[in-house]
Design a binder for this molecule. Structure first.
Ligand SMILES: *Cc1c(COP(=O)(O)O)cnc(C)c1O
Length: 377
């Protein structure tokens, strides 16, 4: 099956019990056992729930892995992945990652004894240098957030294989429609499904897919032990949203290409960070390892005042955190999503106060261009 067909018919296709073409919501916590331990595969919904199972099989299928897991948020998904490791273990993580990823690693897991070093993963040599005797994994996000730096997943995976490290990739920005990290050598791929996978700003969720059965068993043990599972209603909403991922991603991308090009031709924009632009440093790697460039990007308008004015003036773009839904969103990372990163670090990374991030929706592109034009005037 090709990708758009798989998005409609992949995983559990409908309900085998009744023939319902859509998998139903099993709003249930426990399951009858005929005799002790004899049941139909479900005992208790933290351990397993049919609707959650449907979304888990579906994401495993479309990411090309052996087993999928659905969590109550992207951060719950990531935290469960980190719990695969032990006190004293060390992780090398990208330095331009989602603010919440930086926060949970540096403020929560570091306190529990899992060490982390943040490096620029676009530079393979820097990743190699950061590896210590106790390093167990490399974690990266590509394209990164908000600067859209592109990491060569295959090159990092070679380093990981040589040293016996797990490679963990946050695929939120690309989605399995454009990029499949497992096929490029990653061991674990995860998503904030709150973003493009859900796609309609109506559900918070996280999905994980693993490469092999052992990791599947280990992560199921954590999921069942820690319990940050996705509920049946949210699993249903997520399944519904994901069916249109293909058509949505095509539209997001077309609009994003047009708008990023338009911005890059303006003399009043300092810089546009979109890997789809030929001048972007990650453009060639992106073309090799992914099928598209996505619908989210950033641009620098030069100052905090100008960014604030733009955000005040836009009408169609909504000033909000998050990304990846049908409506266009606009934000200032330094003061919103990335505010938990210390100012000094933000400056080092290039997340200036004039940096504006847009998640381009699927509205008519002319309306979006007119909105930005009047906002930038
Ligand atoms: C939003 C986001 C997360 C966190 O996911 P939640 O669903 O908000 O918990 C992680 N990584 C990236 C790239 C994100 O954009």
């Amino acid at each position: 099956m090709r990708m758009k067909t798989k998005l409609i018919h992949g995983g559990v296709d409908g309900d085998p019990q009744t023939g319902a073409v859509v998998f139903p919501i099993y709003q249930v916590s426990t399951y009858k056992q005929e005799t002790i331990g004899k049941h139909k595969g479900y005992e208790y919904s933290r351990t397993g729930n049919p609707t959650r199972n449907a979304v888990e099989q579906y994401i495993a299928d479309i990411e090309g892995g052996v087993r999928g897991f659905a969590f109550s948020s992207g951060m719950a998904a990531l935290s469960s992945i980190i719990m695969l490791f032990n006190q004293g273990d060390h992780i090398v993580c990208g330095d331009d990652v989602y603010g919440g990823t930086y926060r949970v690693l540096s403020k929560v897991f570091a306190r529990l004894g899992i060490q982390v070093t943040f490096v620029d993963t676009t530079d393979v040599a820097k990743v190699e240098t950061a590896i210590q005797d106790n390093t167990k994994a490399v974690m990266l996000e590509t394209p990164s957030n908000p600067l859209m730096n592109v990491t060569d997943i295959g090159a990092i995976s070679e380093v990981c294989q040589a040293k016996g490290l797990k490679l963990i990739v946050d695929n939120t920005f690309m989605t399995p429609y454009w990029q499949n990290p497992l096929s490029l050598g990653a061991d674990i791929v995860y998503h904030s499904a709150t973003k493009y996978l859900g796609g309609h700003s109506d559900v918070v969720s996280g999905l994980v897919v693993v490469k092999d059965e052992q990791l599947g068993q280990d992560l199921h043990f954590i999921q069942n032990s820690v319990g940050g599972v996705l509920g049946p209603q949210d699993s249903f909403i997520l399944l519904r949203g994901m069916k249109t991922l293909g058509v949505r991603m095509e539209e997001h991308e077309q609009n994003a290409r047009r708008i990023s090009q338009w911005l890059s031709e303006r003399s009043d924009i300092v810089k546009v960070y979109y890997p789809g632009l030929p001048g972007h440093p990650g453009h060639d790697i992106q073309k090799q390892q992914a099928r598209g460039f996505g619908g989210t990007f950033s641009f620098d308008v030069g100052s905090a005042e100008r960014a604030e004015r733009l955000l005040d003036r836009v009408n169609i773009f909504t000033l909000a955190e998050s990304l990846g839904a049908v409506e266009s969103l606009i934000s200032v990372p330094a003061r919103m999503t990335h505010a938990s990163i210390p100012a000094e670090r933000r400056a080092q990374l290039g997340i200036t106060d004039g940096l504006v991030r847009v998640s381009i929706g699927i509205e008519d592109v002319e309306d979006l261009l007119e909105d930005l034009e009047q906002g930038l005037k």
